[in-house]
Design a protein around this ligand. Structure first.
Ligand code: CU
Length: 423
């Protein structure tokens, strides 16, 4: 077989180019999917690799035969084309061979799929609810539940014209204020649903993603083998801030997890006490929380771990209410964690969709209307009802903050008891 010099040169150059491109790429990026930290994720990885190599083998055989034939039977060698146009044997062969290959691949794949759906024998359950744009986790039967928002550093750096650069934030857009903590070596059932639009819960190291659909509960499970922190994201385009609702799972040993859970229960009780009993009914968790089926109204669950300073701000409030300073500082924290995504840090909003709060008629008008807007939201808009999401102290703080900052100066101080009354 004689190839012209030019062909040899071209093939050589192409190979060098590909080699040059591929080499550094392998060094810098993880091109392949992760193996993950669960048996399921490893099974999935194994399937992926098996099928990849089957495809590679098929590719080599098919392209090898093709190029061999093209070169071997080229016109310049005087080869005449064969003229037959029907071969039953050949047709049966090229139907049966792929069929056998497909069935051979489907058998192990089906086993893994069936296993992934099998939530029986789960040792505990966590209900995961997607919100625009955050997640809510509820440890079923434990009376522990909380929201998980984008962390404050990412929140700060994501803003247009922010002083912080995204590069300076560790795990930029992949960090949250409250992690989903799970025990290792424990089969955990996850009940995934949504409060508004379709989201999807996806942590690559666990091996799967699952849609969170309003009105449905998708059950799945995981059993994490190694303690560690595993990050993921919402995987279903769910609106403007789809990219800002990451997921962080922290796997702890069962002992550490127990300690963590006990701490969460203790923390919730403290906060309820800190609110001077006025809204104890709202905040006491465990005994009187809603059931799993009630998706629309997680009221009564604790928001104590919202890291927005509920404990700090609330605990120094005697029955007489909170000081304006305490309300303002907690209010600023709540505002930057929960409101800036739409109303912006300076309160200018993004009109016409997201109204400015600076000089807003609602914010500078009667307190009752302002409270009503924050507690009940505005139906049909992105302004959701924060009543079920925030404690009385948090709402009082953020409302006080909005009325006395962001360019507003009404002088009004709103107390948790006012919020309780307005609910
Ligand atoms: Cu989403």
């Amino acid at each position: 077989m004689r190839l012209s010099k030019r062909t040899v040169l071209m093939v050589g150059a192409l190979a060098a180019l590909l080699g040059g491109l591929v080499q550094p790429a392998f060094a810098d990026y993880a091109l392949n999917m992760p193996q993950g930290v669960t048996d399921t994720s490893r099974d999935i990885y194994g399937l992926h690799m098996t099928i990849l190599w089957i495809c590679v083998a098929i590719g080599i055989v098919v392209y090898g035969a093709m190029f061999y034939s093209i070169v071997k039977h080229r016109k310049s060698r005087g080869v005449q084309a064969a003229q037959f146009h029907h071969s039953t044997a050949l047709e049966i062969l090229w139907t049966v061979v792929p069929l056998v290959i497909l069935v051979a691949m489907a058998i192990p794949a089906t086993g893994v799929l069936v296993d992934m759906e099998d939530t029986s024998d789960a040792e505990m359950s966590v209900k995961v609810t997607g919100y625009q744009w955050k997640w809510h986790y509820e440890y079923v039967d434990e009376g522990v539940g909380f929201y998980s928002n984008l962390d404050a550093d990412s929140q700060e750096a994501r803003r247009l014209g922010a002083s912080r650069k995204p590069q300076s934030v560790e795990n930029y857009l992949l960090n949250v204020d409250n992690r989903l903590v799970l025990p290792t070596d424990t089969k955990v059932r996850l009940l995934i649903t949504s409060n508004d639009v379709i989201h999807a819960w996806w942590v690559p190291d666990l091996g799967w993603k699952k849609d969170a659909i309003p009105g449905y509960v998708n059950a799945t499970w995981t059993q994490i083998n190694e303690p560690g922190v595993y990050r993921g994201q919402c995987a279903e385009l769910c609106g403007r801030d789809h990219g800002y609702m990451p997921i962080v799972v922290e796997a702890k040993t069962p002992e550490d997890f127990k300690a963590w859970l006990a701490e969460q229960k203790g923390g919730a009780a403290n906060t309820a006490g800190g609110d001077a009993g006025a809204d104890a009914g709202q905040q006491t968790v465990g005994t009187d929380t809603e059931t799993v089926e009630d998706q629309s109204d997680p009221a009564g669950e604790t928001t104590a771990r919202a890291d927005t300073g509920a404990q700090g701000g609330g605990s120094d409030s005697a029955a007489g209410g909170m000081t304006k300073e305490a309300l303002m500082s907690q209010g600023q924290q709540v505002y930057s964690a929960r409101c800036v995504a739409c109303h912006q840090a300076d309160g200018q909003g993004m009109p016409p969709t997201f109204p400015a709060l600076t000089g807003s008629a609602v914010v500078t008008g009667p307190v009752d209307d302002h409270l009503d807007m924050v507690i009940n939201g505005s139906a049909g808009t992105a302004m959701q009802a924060f009543g079920p999401q925030l404690s009385d102290a948090e709402i009082a703080a953020v409302v006080t903050y909005q009325r006395n900052a962001l360019g507003n100066d009404t002088g009004d101080v709103v107390q948790p008891s006012d919020v309780q009354a307005a609910r």
